[in-house]
Design a binder for this molecule. Structure first.
Ligand SMILES: [Zn+2]
Length: 273
């Protein structure tokens, strides 16, 4: 990336950027570069030690350089983020700098580990295979593989639409011919009511997905990745909510059943049965 895009924050460079992706800071952005290397501002992100989100902060041993261009030159700098809950929880990042061009050349834990935590909840509503591919897509995108990650997202997307179809086709007035002969955007339109509104309104999303595999560059795929991922997550969020509601309904049914049968027993004992 070049200096035309806004410079990444410390969190973006550490947690969001793939390894070996270069960013050249403009001279007037020295402070942004300084922040990446030396800032001790709190970062809210996933801590593998806590296995939850926590507040982490850069842990600097020794003094912090004051000059805003102290990071510029030919050098390697390490950033260690330490968890505020437990000082033994640390994230390590190693940066290589040539002039004002910076790339991350190492880190622990891996980008995939840091970026798949927030989607773990979806394993409850995805098949094992789809969930594996969903995290794989995120891992690939995190490592700068755009087209490859789209292949997985597209499969998951098609499976979600297919699952909605299985439900919709049992309804009365379902036009199966229209569905079978329709393109993906038309199919999604037909499935309105069985898919989240967002997806129905933005059904062109699938076009990005299939276009991605054939026409878009790695960079264009990576840029579109967050939007497509969010679309899939919205479908999954609705599934999670429906599953939680179903569970509550069943609990309530059980509880009411328990109450009724207890009341019956008490009534009988009062009557001397
Ligand atoms: Zn922690």
């Amino acid at each position: 990336m070049t200096a035309q895009t806004p410079p990444p924050s410390q969190k973006e460079f550490c947690i969001g950027y793939p390894l070996y992706e270069e960013f050249t800071f403009a001279e007037e952005d020295d402070e942004a570069g300084w922040n990446v290397m030396f800032s001790q501002e709190p970062i809210d992100t996933y801590c593998p030690g806590c296995n939850a989100h926590s507040i982490l902060r850069q842990h600097v041993t020794g003094s912090i350089p004051r000059d805003l261009d102290a990071w510029v030159g030919s050098k390697r700098l390490a950033v260690v983020l330490r968890c505020s809950r437990n000082a033994a929880h640390k994230l390590f990042f190693l940066f290589d700098i040539e002039g004002r061009t910076v790339q991350k050349i190492g880190q622990y834990p891996s980008l995939a580990d840091l970026n798949t935590y927030d989607v773990r909840q979806y394993s409850a509503v995805l098949s094992k295979e789809d969930f594996k591919e969903f995290t794989k897509a995120i891992g690939l995108a995190a490592h700068g593989v755009g087209v490859g990650s789209f292949v997985y997202l597209r499969r998951i997307f098609e499976n979600l639409v297919g699952a909605a179809y299985q439900i919709a086709k049992t309804g009365s007035g379902w036009d199966d011919d229209a569905y079978q002969n329709g393109r993906m955007a038309e199919r999604i339109q037909l499935l309105a009511g069985h898919l989240p509104e967002f997806l129905v309104e933005n059904r062109s999303m699938y076009k990005i997905l299939s276009q991605g595999i054939h026409e878009l560059t790695e960079k264009e795929c990576l840029a579109a990745f967050p939007v497509v991922k969010m679309g899939i997550e919205l479908v999954l969020d609705e599934k999670l909510a429906a599953a939680a509601k179903q569970q509550k309904l069943e609990q309530a049914k059980k509880a009411i059943h328990g109450l009724v049968s207890r009341a019956g027993t008490e009534a009988r004992s009062v009557a001397g049965e």
